[in-house]
Design a protein around this ligand. Structure first.
Ligand SMILES: Nc1nc2c(c(=O)[nH]1)N[C@H]1C(S)=C(S)[C@@H](COP(=O)(O)O)O[C@H]1N2
Ligand SMILES: [Mo]
Length: 245
């Protein structure tokens, strides 16, 4: 009986060994060595930061992971210092006059990337909710608990957009479905994604990134260098403000 037991044990150990080797070989084969198969977010019900796969050309930044938003049940809450606080569905927002623009997101972490965006101007929202005279700006609250502040002046700027469309399609969860800000003369951290609420406030606020890192509250793009992902990350000089090409 003993030899048989030993053989069974040896077979078991051998199987375990090859099983483990197989597992690591699978990891190595699936794209970038080692890590792609561990990319938990892909085809999961959660969304989070990634630079893998299609997102090598337009990185994804998220402060925290969160459950994918269902468009049909999502509603934008507009609260705070306004005469007419509202809760608006995605269809309601899509009915606002369409504004389109091509612009670049410039992240403080060196990269930038360009897309065709479409959405509406904050001016149309303001007509609906009517901010009170004491309101100086808005706080955006996002699905990943990210927070950002923009002054009314920045909200009304002709290049500022509340976008629901990117490259002629609905925003992906990664890029901020169902609604995000695009404000191309400021760093990407001033463009909150996956917005849940907009609150009118009487005191300028601070945003999540500005609290975490050495980034200005204002977020206007400074003169320096950029590494555009659509130009092979080749370093080029930028003069500050929006990068127009
Ligand atoms: N909700 C949310 N929005 C966010 C962020 C975030 O962490 N959470 N990161 C910001 C930063 S730092 C950048 S550079 C841009 C990047 O946009 P993208 O992920 O669509 O490329 O999103 C901004 N919006
Ligand atoms: Mo960023």
């Amino acid at each position: 009986m003993r030899p048989l037991k030993n053989i069974q044990r040896r077979t078991f150990i051998t199987k375990c060994f090859w099983g483990t080797v197989g597992f690591f070989l699978t990891l190595l084969q699936s794209g970038r060595p080692g890590f792609s198969a561990l990319n938990f977010w892909r085809s999961s019900e959660y969304v989070g930061k990634t630079r893998d796969g299609v997102y090598e050309k337009f990185y994804i930044q998220y402060y925290k992971s969160f459950k994918r938003i269902q468009g049909a049940s999502w509603q934008l809450k507009i609260s705070g210092l306004c005469l007419n606080p509202q809760i608006i569905s995605l269809d309601g927002l899509k009915a606002l006059p369409l504004k389109k623009q091509v612009s670049r997101i410039k992240c403080v972490e060196c990269w930038s990337a360009k897309a065709r965006w479409a959405g509406f101007s904050m001016i149309h929202l303001e007509k609906m909710v009517q901010p009170l005279p004491e309101a100086v700006g808005v706080i955006f609250r996002c699905a990943d608990t990210y927070v950002e502040y923009l002054s009314l002046e920045d909200c009304q700027h002709e290049r500022t957009l509340l976008a629901h469309t990117m490259n002629d399609k609905a925003l992906t969860d990664e890029h901020g479905f169902p609604l995000r800000v695009i404000i191309p003369y400021k760093y990407g951290y001033k463009s909150p994604k996956a917005i849940l609420e907009i609150e009118y406030v009487d005191t300028p606020g601070r945003g999540t990134w500005n609290r975490i890192g050495p980034y200005s509250v204002d977020g206007t793009i400074l003169p320096g260098y950029d590494h555009p992902l659509d130009r092979g990350k080749k370093r080029r000089r930028i003069t500050g403000g929006e990068i127009f090409d």
